[in-house]
Design a binder for this molecule. Structure first.
Ligand code: ATP
Length: 363
């Protein structure tokens, strides 16, 4: 069987553990050796005890745990070639040339670069006598499969990323709690949720909570929105509504690209309408807690498919990301999706909102 390594990288997300579990068990089931690489790319660069063989039992009881049991980190060294050189040596020492990377677009960009460089990394390692020519021939190809773990649901090419559904549950629970207290006191609440370039959490929360307004990066409000918002709130109050909810994505901007902040919105409402207005910033609560049923199953399906993709990889196959399309797990080209995701972020930052929307729509 083949030897494969698995690691989680970047920000953690609920559902990473179910994916790790699925990779380990599907790998073992198919006769492979599966290795944990602890702390993301840091473990790859450090080697030694950071790379440890997984057993069937080592992933027992983790299906319902949030976060990631093998740790996640950001790693500066891997961004530079010397770090990647050490990573390559460590993999070869363990006989690993198949990896599953669970992370966001940054982590997947790194994985793609690593694969592109693999040939030249091996060459350099042979020249400096760090590995033998025999090893270099044996591990000539590096097979990579990516899974997207991100609570923002911000990756082009998949309908859902691992963690987004659980985060949505956390947010909805919080909004439900706020709703109870807010309506007792006739309050207005500004709820800030995560999403730097993607308003998925904000939009779906707004739909699910009967919110009065939503701010999100891909759809900046028309100029003059301040009047529109205040008029809307005033009208609803006059009609007897006791509670106002405004949902705001952390990356919300106006048509000029200027940030719209939760505190700015609160200030506007208290200045103009004198309503009792409170801000709730959910922050890391959104990453916390156990994965939803959807994410447990999504992580399981994606992890299983990742192993199958590695088993079927040949010398000429390109790295893939396991994606959800409709209700099917499919394999999509890693680099294409990463490039598109970065292009959306860039378009948004350059205030080309239409282009960003179109790019995302055509994923
Ligand atoms: P999140 O969505 O939570 O930010 P992410 O995967 O995008 O997740 P990053 O911090 O961008 O998180 O990347 C995680 C790690 O991946 C980095 O610390 C670095 O080790 C590696 N990495 C990211 N981009 C590159 C790159 N261009 N080249 C090499 N390695 C990279």
């Amino acid at each position: 069987g083949r030897a494969m390594g698995i690691f989680t990288s970047g920000g953690d997300a609920q559902g990473m553990n179910p994916a790790v579990r699925a990779v380990v068990r599907m790998g073992i089931y198919l006769g492979c050796k599966v290795y944990f690489i602890h702390e993301g790319y840091q473990g790859l660069v450090d080697g030694g005890n950071s790379i440890r063989q997984a057993t069937w039992a080592s992933v027992s009881g983790i299906l319902d745990d949030g976060g990631t049991i093998i740790g996640s980190a950001r790693c500066k060294e891997f961004r530079e070639r010397p770090g990647r050189l050490r990573a390559a040596k460590n993999l070869i020492e363990h006989g690993i040339n198949n990896i599953v990377c669970i992370g966001g677009d940054g982590s997947l960009t790194g994985a793609n670069l690593f694969r592109k460089e693999w040939d030249s990394l091996l060459k350099e390692l042979v020249e400096t006598k760090e590995i033998t020519q025999e090893d270099a021939d044996k591990y000539k190809h590096l097979n990579i499969v990516g899974l997207v773990g991100s609570i923002d649901n911000d990756f082009c090419g998949t309908d859902m990323t691992i963690g987004a559904d659980s985060a949505l549950h956390r947010v909805m629970e919080a909004v439900d709690c706020i709703t109870t207290t807010a309506s007792s006191h006739q309050r207005c609440f500004v709820m800030e949720v995560m999403g730097r370039h993607c308003g998925y959490l904000a939009l779906v929360t707004a739909l699910g909570s009967d919110a009065d307004w939503v701010f999100m990066p891909e759809a900046p409000p028309d100029p003059g929105w301040e009047d529109q918002l205040c008029n809307k709130l005033k009208t609803t109050r006059e009609m007897g509504q006791r509670l106002n909810i405004i949902v705001l994505a952390e990356g919300a901007i106006d048509t000029e690209g200027k940030p719209i902040t939760s505190d700015g919105v609160r200030q506007l409402i208290t200045d103009r309408l004198k309503y009792d207005t409170r801000v709730t910033i959910l922050g890391h609560v959104q990453r916390g807690g156990c994965p939803s049923a959807f994410d447990r199953v999504l992580g399981t399906r994606m992890g299983t498919e990742a192993v199958l993709a590695l088993m079927e990889a040949t010398a000429t196959s390109q790295p893939v990301v396991i994606a959800l399309s409709g209700n099917q797990t499919v394999r999509v080209p890693l680099m294409h999706c990463v490039e598109k995701t970065l292009a959306v972020a860039q378009a948004m930052e350059a205030k080309r909102f239409k282009e960003a929307q179109e790019l995302r729509g055509r994923s």
